[in-house]
Design a protein around this ligand. Structure first.
Ligand code: ZN
Length: 126
């Protein structure tokens, strides 16, 4: 269990996990014809994504993954999750509008001090 989590932040992390699970489900049902349970590959991707969120260095105030200055995914998993996002992103608005709205709010929210520090270090090295 992590220290210093405010109820708001734990709720956001729980919601983020729920959203990524929903997106993978949308994608898997449409692309892989799964019904109910995910196919093996997508189940592995979901477990991986949830695990990345748990291990995120910016917890408890993590940025939305798409805005993160650190790429913590392995290249193959990153390619797969990007494909899922590309497919499910626009569809989330219709299927899960509340989750989509929360995700948008999170995406445009001001990054934490730690995120900005890491982003600055990255920029100055490039
Ligand atoms: Zn699948």
């Amino acid at each position: 269990m992590q220290k210093n989590l405010t109820p708001n932040m734990t709720r956001r992390v729980a919601r983020e996990k729920d959203t990524v699970s929903k997106m993978i489900t949308l994608y898997c049902h449409a692309r892989h014809g799964s019904d109910g349970a995910l196919c093996t590959d997508c189940a592995a991707l979901r477990d991986y994504a949830l695990d990345r969120i748990d291990r995120c260095m910016f917890q408890p105030d993590k940025p939305a993954c798409g805005r993160c200055p650190v790429h913590c995914y392995q290249p193959e998993m990153r390619a797969r999750i990007r494909e899922v996002m590309r497919y499910a992103g626009p569809r989330m608005l219709f299927r899960h509008p509340i989750a989509a709205a929360h995700h948008l709010a999170h995406t445009i929210s001001k990054p934490s001090e730690k995120v900005r520090r890491v982003a600055d270090i990255r920029l100055s090295r490039e």
